[in-house]
Design a protein around this ligand. Structure first.
Ligand code: GLP
Length: 231
């Protein structure tokens, strides 16, 4: 059987999906009583929902439902994991998939020698059929041989793990803003010049190899970034 805190997380997730932004969740001790578990277990479930950006806490006030945005934290996750964690079904439209010689920018970001071959895959990522982000990923061809023969419509991280035994373990990310160009806006279903968040990721596997360079253009109205900072 799944650990108790995961079962409680599932039940709370179902409840949250029927609640409105900023609605308060019941108090920790009431949840503990209702589910007949310790407060530590309830806290664990709440922490996992907070890590996924689904709820937020205000000290001394309680826990509340986050807004309709996908709040990204410091956890390294895939698009599919992000959506499934929020009870949404991920899907992709593959816009292009090619093998080519890496441009200078891509070679630099993957630390490849000039002239190296890479796969470039451009996809529109959707959640429950709604466009969320436009993603272009660049993968070194020597690490993922014959990649284009596989189905690229599902999770790329899943494919990497299952077919190539490669897992992105750590990444360096950079977030910047950009106004949506005409083509991007049409694909994302937002007005032209709408704000977007551009996240570039250099993904490193367990052997310390740079295995992915990705540029994701997220809808500014659906995403934000939230993480704890320390003095
Ligand atoms: C996120 C990251 C990308 C990564 C993708 C994998 O969107 N920003 O760098 O390629 O997840 O997601 P999936 O495994 O669902 O294809």
């Amino acid at each position: 059987m799944a650990p108790k805190h995961l079962l409680i997380r599932e039940q709370l997730l179902a409840e949250i999906s029927t609640m409105c932004t900023d609605d308060a969740l019941p108090q920790e001790r009431d949840l503990a009583e209702r589910f007949n578990v310790s407060r530590t277990t309830v806290r664990q479930a709440l922490r996992s929902l907070a890590d996924d950006g689904l709820i937020y806490s205000i000290r001394g006030m309680g826990t509340f439902v986050s807004g309709g945005r996908i709040s990204k934290g410091l956890k390294l996750t895939s698009f599919s994991e992000d959506m499934r964690g929020r009870n949404m079904e991920p899907s992709s439209r593959v816009l292009s998939a090619t093998e080519r010689i890496a441009s200078d920018e891509v070679a630099l970001n993957l630390e490849l020698a000039p002239g190296s071959s890479i796969f470039e895959i451009e996809r529109l990522r959707l959640a429950d059929g709604v466009p969320m982000c436009l993603e272009t990923i660049y993968l070194p061809a020597h690490i993922f041989p014959h990649l284009l023969n596989f189905d690229l419509g599902g999770s790329i991280y899943g494919l990497m793990a299952e077919q190539f035994r490669v897992r992105v373990e750590t990444a360096t990310q950079r977030v910047s803003s950009q106004l949506a160009s005409g083509i991007d806006a049409d694909l994302l279903g937002v007005p032209r010049q709408a704000p977007t968040l551009v996240v570039s990721r250099q993904g490193v596997d367990g052997k310390g190899r740079l295995v992915e360079y990705a540029v994701s253009v997220y809808r500014g109205d659906r995403y934000d970034f939230s993480f704890a900072v320390q003095r």
